[in-house]
Design a protein around this ligand. Sequence first.
Ligand code: PRP
Ligand code: URA
Length: 207
Amino acid sequence: MIYELSNPLTKTLITHLRDAKSDAVRFRHTITELTKQLTYEALKNFSLIQKSVNTWNGEAKLDTLDEASIMVVTVLRAGMPMLDSVMQTLPGASAGFLAMKRNETTHESKLYYDRLPSCKGKTILLVDPMVATGGSLCDAIELIKKREPLQIVTLNIIGSPEGLERVNAAYPEVDIYIAQIDKGLNADKYIIPGLGDAGDRSYNTVE
Ligand code: PRP
Ligand code: URA
């Protein structure tokens, strides 16, 4: 399923991202804030476990997410601020890293680095801000699926309808949480209206 956020605050933050005047610090900070909203939505139906906590009133069994069962996987480099955001919210989660770069002529993604710990039985929160053709997200999901996770949930900031549909059609079992579905892709497979290149905007590069 594809779940799009609808909160007015989400729209406001997306407008900050689209604003070319937003510098890299503000851009990354806004990605972080939007990721918190996505995390909140994605975790809504997660089950709770109980843990013993030493409270002011003595020992108590209290509800908590099983953070150790969650792994955040980020796609470098634009996914870095999203990883930081989820790890702040869920400090007990583990982290995995994939480095991918989309070839801007063929628009195919290429994997450069795979540093995934064991995914077996884990719930994977896969974070990447942009879903353009959907190729990078499909490649990341395919790679993770081979490591036998319990489930994969993706958190994304902006997506094209065609890219999201591609991912959804290929992996209907993967829930996709997206802050904003945009109009489509241009001839260079950039999202319109989009925000440009999320990696460049985050790290002050022009490629
Ligand atoms: C961006 C983005 C996605 C990919 C989306 O990364 O973070 O990974 O493009 O495009 P797709 O849906 O058509 O595959 P990019 O390859 O530009 O690398 P970067 O994060 O280093 O800028
Ligand atoms: N990658 C981006 O960062 N932006 C796009 O619009 C497409 C791919």
